[in-house]
Design a protein around this ligand. Sequence first.
Ligand code: UN1
Length: 517
Amino acid sequence: MADKYGIKATLDRLGIKEINSGATTGTVWFETTGKVIESFAPADGELIGKVQEASKEDYNKIMETAKEAFKVWREVPAPKRGEIVRQMGLELRKYKEDLGRLVSYEMGKIYQEGLGEVQEMIDIADFAVGQSRQLYGFTMQSEREKHRMFDHYEPLGIVGVISAFNFPVAVWAWNTMLALIAGDTVVWKPSSKTTLCAVATHNIMANVLKANNLPEGIINLVIAGSKVLGDDFLDDKRMPLISVTGSTAIGRRVASRVGQRLGRTILELGGNNAIIVSKEADLDMALRAIVFGSVGTAGQRCTSTRRLIVQEDIYDSLVQRLVKAYESVAQKIGHSLNPDTLVGPLIDKGSVEAYSWAIGEAQKEGGKVLFGNKVLSGEGFETGTYVVPTIVEAENHYNIVQEETFAPILYIMKYKTIEDAIELHNNVPQGLSSAIFSRNMLETELFISGSGSDCGIANVNIGTSGAEIGGAFGGEKDTGGGRESGSDSWKIYMRRQTTTINFGTSLPLAQGLKFDF
Ligand code: UN1
């Protein structure tokens, strides 16, 4: 095929070969001998490259190397660890376009969103550099005289990162940049659907590791299926923390396995994100947010807008405008690297089936398709991975509305009072992201109060997706309760220790206890 989008040069610059190793301890790539994973572009079905999976032995070697590296890395002062992360951010800046293009090509999101994803990596690197000088603990007042009490944060160990296809590189960065300044080492198990993005990321990072003569094992990549990296990975006591981004079903499995050994998890699972549109909203703004939230990344963000809860007085006019907006977006479905495209393909045919099935289920339960419900075929759409973003008039209690379908389907429903809207809003199993559009402060304050949205993210006059890295990212209920990225999320990557120091000459016991002998 003609290399219309300059992919070949991009792959060369990113060090992607025809067949790539699926295991590295940083700069040394293993001679893997496992199954070969072929990576096809969802946009045009071309074979981008192959990755050969790691074996159990490779995995064990990686874990042992990461364990040894931890002993060295934890002794590097945190601001000096921050300096390495600063260089990683600079290196990512150099490769932003290439890595963004590969993300777009391998995952299928449009190039603009590929660039945005790499920008999230750069942003979290910058954030982590600053944080490296701010790993603060508290000082507390001791009840005993001449005693000092404080807590401090120490490195934790090896952090396992399991990432999903939809953000093939940013989620790794959210975890890794913080883990690194925390003094931890990282073992990454990426999605088997986006392995080349992981290889490319490690190639970029290797430049920094080499330039600083760092030991092997600080950041590690291991690509393998569940035969090699199944329950054994979750059960591996060498990893005190595993961060997982994926479906609620996956998260449940991870949490119970890791919980068995009392390991820690960060769970970033499914969302069922809604926007409430009040009759007091700025509808132009709301419309922009709804469309970006529901069709952006072809509905494959965990923060994608899946439900729209609209005040009944403005329902008809908003639906009309929304259908119009969808009509124009539907003209811009196409190859993820075409700059005119707004909606790229779904990741694979399985997702297309899930899309059609979900719409069918909604119809069976009484839903009415207002727009879409179409799998595209013909020129440019030969892969069978392109679908038309869909709006379904539905009710919140439908089984299918209660589920997260990773596709551009928006369920739309009516409400009368703000209290009703919040009730509908919270009445789903998941609790990731949420938003209200209103210029009435009584409504917006209620929405973000204790009686309001029950999600980890609650936005006012901003959509559900596209969070900045500076905030804590994650959600409640079936979303798993984890928090990554900004705010004080760094703490989970560290071991907290409370210390009391006696600088007196007697040994008083706490609680005034007497124990004389
Ligand atoms: C995800 O979909 O897994 O808030 C992460 C957002 C992005 C991250 C999404 N910053 O939409």
